[in-house]
Write a protein that binds this ligand. Structure first.
Ligand code: ZN
Length: 363
């Protein structure tokens, strides 16, 4: 396997187009053609995990949390991120991150949490809206394939489990080049008609600049006729899930189940309502911003992490909140990575990190 093979394997499961605009998922360190004989998997990537990779003979780390979201401007060892990156480069360890794309992927972080709790009828909690755009561009027939392939390469045309999605109709485009123009076809001062293809495709809004760069690089016209539409379609993917317990449980029993399944040392929750839990909303990691979605879903309990004091107080009348801890909620992400990397090649060496990267300790 090469670094690129591992990236492809991960992205077939969780395409990078699913990541949030502020995220930094994907290949962080390493050359795509580098050989990989062993992968170390982890939730967090720090200096100790890189050392572990070197010691156990792994050439690549696959982790959940990006080493940095804000970027690194120098490598002087002044921060954990700088030390981690320096150690990875020195140890020739490639690093791949699957963060919010793994949260949003079908079968991703929250889906695995639901599976661990034995939930049925699992649905996405917060579908994404206003993230999809449509590009319509008029391309001279002779240049269709070059422009189209560049747009796909830049991430356009990806929908669910399909890529290279587009639509083409042939028609006649016309223009008259004015003095000073250098037209692709026709003569200045004369109206020209060109056989063009109207090509339509969709893309996530955060890829717009990359997609327009690919368009401008490959389209032969001086002035390209193109339209971008904001779509109101909801994406079938999103963050968090809801699901039904196989049979109702009282709240205490459900909280004990959470403690056992997620190995929670300290479970923080709002006051009990004295009713059974049937429908569960959950989100791996810091999911407090999805509380309105959990309320809207009419779930009996919302399981996530990193709730603030006032959020507990504001929600206590409406829903039972169970804050099980950030690391605890995402620990099974390592199982997802393991399954992805061994599915096609069961003998490929994949090791789960033994470093405890959870920065939160409980007394
Ligand atoms: Zn997280």
């Amino acid at each position: 396997m090469t670094v690129q093979d591992i990236c492809t394997c991960m992205e077939e499961f969780a395409p990078l187009s699913l990541q949030e605009s502020w995220d930094n998922s994907g290949l962080a360190v390493g050359l795509p053609q580098q050989d990989v004989r062993k992968v170390l998997i982890t939730v967090d990537i720090n200096e100790a995990v890189v050392e572990e990779a070197v010691e156990c003979g792994a050439q690549m780390i696959v982790g959940h949390h990006p080493i940095t979201l804000s970027g690194v401007r120098r490598l002087t060892g002044a921060s954990e991120a700088e030390r981690t990156l320096t150690a990875a480069v020195a140890g020739k360890i490639a690093i791949y991150v699957a963060h919010t794309n793994m949260d949003a992927a079908e079968g991703g972080v929250s889906h695995r949490m639901a599976q661990k709790l034995g939930l049925n009828d699992v649905q996405v909690l917060a579908r994404r809206g206003n993230t999809l755009r449509k590009l319509v561009v008029y391309i001279p027939k002779s240049h269709l394939s070059g422009v189209r392939e560049a747009l796909f390469e830049a991430g356009a045309g990806h929908t669910g489990n399909y890529d290279c999605c587009g639509y083409e109709t042939e028609g006649k485009g016309m223009f008259r080049a004015l003095p000073g123009a250098r037209p692709f076809a026709g003569k200045p001062g004369e109206r020209h008609t060109e056989t063009e293809i109207r090509f339509e495709t969709v893309f996530p809004s955060h890829l717009q600049s990359a997609i327009l760069a690919a368009l401008f690089k490959t389209h032969p016209y001086e002035e390209i006729a193109y339209d971008i539409y904001a779509l109101r379609n909801e994406s079938p993917t999103g963050l968090g899930v809801t699901g039904q317990l196989p049979s109702p449980m009282d709240e205490q029993a459900f909280l004990r189940l959470l403690k056992d399944v997620f190995h929670v040392p300290l479970l923080r929750h709002t006051r009990l309502h004295g009713k059974d839990v049937r429908k569960v909303a959950l989100c791996g990691g810091s999911g407090s911003s999805l509380l309105p979605d959990a309320l809207h879903s009419r779930a009996d309990v919302y399981v996530t992490a990193d709730f603030k004091y006032h959020q507990f107080a504001d929600a206590e009348k409406d829903i039972l909140i169970a804050d099980i801890g950030h690391f605890e909620s995402e620990q099974f992400t390592m199982e997802i990575f393991y399954d992805i990397l061994t599915k096609k090649n069961p003998t490929f060496a994949v090791q789960i990190s033994q470093v405890n990267t959870n920065p939160i300790n409980c007394l």
